[in-house]
Design a protein around this ligand. Structure first.
Ligand code: COA
Ligand code: AMP
Length: 630
């Protein structure tokens, strides 16, 4: 293994204070930290006593350094055909003005502001304006339905909500205000007001009291200055799916996060200030938080905000057009997106005519990258394609080919090696380390490096239960995997009930909650079934209450519609089978894992603890035919 990488990684574990203390020197601290690492809390606290401001790091400091005219953000909408370009100076001006309006509406440090918006520049401005004031932003993905939105509002009790009149999906306009009304109808919390960005595709009717027009309200507000915040203060809460029916509010701190992101921009992505970084994601996901907004901007890069799809807007050349037009140097997307492009344009003929000479590297993450897709992209683009692995909780990559240290050989199917700061262990059920080549649970030895979750919003017990208790002294990632004899990590997928659809993390528990609330359903289970494009898709299995005589197809259709309404179309929940019984263990646990493996064409051993083997046999036939049946 490369010596430079080895030395950096070793040092990060043997002398974390030295390693990260040096990295922190890249930031402008308004008050220096007293300690690099405080291990008083189990997962560690970074840069205690220090103060800084995340918006200053992302914007003002570049302007102050004379780079005000450098390009900060390029917005490219395949949905409207618009392209907008913002220099660092202009983006700073717009963000300061919005922050001024928020402050005038009473937003103070620590207040929560919820952002439910499509991928438009104002959404990025909203995040940065909150950061400027030390307010905690809570971004909710624009594709989530009323129930998901409601639970996030209720959990974080935002003072204000920032939204837009609509989002744009191919062939469809998504109106946000009715969704917001529905969400508020389910809960007791009331924000002071909603600021609504009017988009041309659909202008919403606003009441003018609680629903305020963005343009007229914000324009001319007195700009707000950056508020110095403790390094340990929360910058944002971002909810993600867990194994329960309730999303987990991941809390990200300020100082550690920015140190980790700056570090990753150079160590993992090997990109220089002034170059162009494009994460084809959404600000509703962690990739958007880290690599559309804070990472590239804090590093002084140009970030690309693309509103559109890899295919269909208008065709499979969309990514190549954007990358060529904006001279993208480093790109990041999900394997599903590349699979979609490949499916439509197997020979990559649509690359022709697009000058991708600036593009050095393509990074993939969010789900397993199948080797065929990775190798296809590598061959067609003629550049390294790097799979790297991380999660909402860690905020940046746990394992990657760290190009800024050394370009190591790419092994398709592996996410390469631990990033400095991460001590990756493979553990057996008892928490004992397993030797290379043996599969187990992937855990990270504590303390976690800077930038990882500081906890769960309002749920310290849940933080300990979900991540820290299973393997004492370690953080449990929820993934299974294996380290090979070269020290490369292979991630084999979740070992819990979280599923991954098109690189989006979904909880089977949340979908089950929607199904279980239907009047005709006695019990239910949601499992993952393989899908050639999206990796996995959810499949519902429901048992009807005794005496229900309505046609199974009608009930299944109602359930599909309800999941779409409550969770959102993004769940891709389109298939639901009515079954006689669900197979369970003697203690009553539904055999979701076993059923998933059957649906994937495997023949898993029947668990010794099974209650009713006939129930499993009956369902096996249905699952084996799942493609034809639904
Ligand atoms: N707002 C509202 N609805 C949304 C939405 C949003 N922001 N994003 C997606 N949806 C809807 C879609 O319109 C679609 O609705 P439909 O069922 O009526 O068609 C549904 O959610 C599923 O969306 P999507 O996964 O985008 O599926 P698709 O079939 O329309 O497109 C791909 C297929 C491959 C193009 C798409 O899945 C894709 O781009 N995947 C990569 C995603 C990605 O980058 N993930 C990683 C994030 S880090
Ligand atoms: P999220 O928190 O939404 O980013 O989802 C994180 C989960 O996605 C991880 O726990 C993995 O299960 C999966 N994941 C992300 N990146 C990869 C990858 N490169 N390879 C395999 N699985 C991945």
């Amino acid at each position: 293994m490369d010596e430079r990488y080895q030395a950096a990684w070793r040092r990060s574990l043997e002398d974390p204070e030295g390693y990260w203390g040096e990295q922190a020197g890249a930031l402008e601290w308004t008050r220096p930290f007293e300690r690099v690492l405080d291990t008083g809390r189990p997962s560690g606290q970074w840069f205690v006593g220090g103060e800084l401001n995340a918006c200053h790091e992302a914007l003002d400091r570049h302007v102050a350094a004379g780079r005000g005219e450098a390009l900060a953000l390029v917005y490219d909408s395949a949905m409207t055909g618009e392209i907008q370009r913002y220099s660092y100076a202009e983006l700073t001006r717009r963000v300061a003005e919005l922050a001024g309006w928020l402050a005038a509406r009473g937003v103070t440090p620590g207040d929560r502001v919820l952002i439910y918006m499509p991928l438009v520049p104002e959404a990025v401005m909203a995040m940065l304006a909150c950061a400027r004031l030390g307010a905690v932003h809570v971004v909710v993905f624009g594709g989530f339905g009323a129930a998901e939105l409601a639970s996030r509002i209720e959990d974080t009790q935002p003072r204000l909500i920032l939204t837009a009149s609509c989002g744009l999906e191919p062939g469809r306009v998504i109106e946000y205000l009715p969704m917001l009304e529905q969400a508020l109808g389910r809960i007791t919390h009331r924000p002071d007001a909603c600021l609504v960005l009017q988009r041309e595709a659909h202008r919403a009717r606003l009441d003018g009291r609680h629903q305020l027009d963005w343009q007229t309200s914000v324009t001319g507000s007195t700009p707000a200055a950056c508020q110095a915040m403790p390094a340990t203060a929360p910058l944002y809460v971002l909810h993600t799916s867990g194994t329960t029916g309730r999303p987990k509010g991941i809390v990200r701190d300020t100082g550690g996060h920015l140190v980790a992101l700056r570090h990753s921009m150079s160590t993992v992505y090997d990109i220089q200030p002034g170059e162009v970084f494009w994460a084809a994601s959404d600000i509703g996901w962690v990739v958007g938080h880290s690599y559309i907004v804070y990472g590239p901007l804090a590093h002084g890069c140009t970030t690309v905000l693309y509103e559109g799809k890899p295919v269909g807007t208008p065709d499979a050349a969309a990514f190549w057009r954007v990358a060529a037009e904006h001279r993208v140097n480093v790109m990041f997307t999900a394997p599903t997106a590349i699979r979609a492009v490949r499916r439509e344009d197997p020979e990559a003929e649509k690359l022709a005519g697009h000058d991708l000479s600036a593009l050095r590297t393509l990074f993939l993450a969010g789900e397993r990258a199948d080797p065929e897709t990775l190798v296809w992209a590598q061959r067609k683009l003629g550049i390294p394609v790097i799979d790297h692995w991380w999660q909402t909780e860690t905020g940046s990559a746990i394992a990657a080919n760290c190009l800024g240290l050394a370009e190591m050989p790419v092994k398709p199917g592996s996410v390469s090696v631990p990033v400095p700061g991460f001590d990756v262990r493979i553990l057996d059920d008892q928490g004992e380390p397993l030797p290379p080549g043996e599969q187990g649970a992937v855990a990270l030895r504590l303390p976690l490096p800077p930038g990882c979750l500081a906890g769960l919003w309002n749920d310290d017990a849940g933080f300990a239960r979900s991540y820290l208790e299973r393997y004492p002294g370690h953080y449990f990632t929820g993934d299974g995997g294996v380290l090979d004899t070269d020290g490369y990590l292979h991630v084999l997928g979740r070992v819990d009930d979280v599923i991954n659809v098109a690189g989006h993390r979904l909880s089977t528990g949340e979908i089950e909650q929607v199904l279980a609330a239907h009047r005709d359903i006695a019990e239910c289970a949601v499992i993952a079934v393989p899908d050639a494009l999206k990796g996995q898709l959810p499949l519902g299995l429901v048992v009807l209450k005794a005496g229900v005589a309505r046609p199974a197809e009608d009930i299944a259709a109602e359930l599909v519609a309800k999941v779409r309404e409550d969770i959102g179309a993004i769940a891709c929940f389109r298939r639901c089978l009515v079954v006689e019984r669900l197979p369970k263990t003697r203690s009553g646990k539904i055999l979701r894992g076993t059923m998933s493996r059957i649906a994937a064409g495997e023949t898993p051993a029947v668990p010794a603890t099974i209650e009713d083997p006939d129930a499993l046999s009956a369902i096996r036939t249905r699952l084996n035919n799942v493609g034809e049946e639904v």
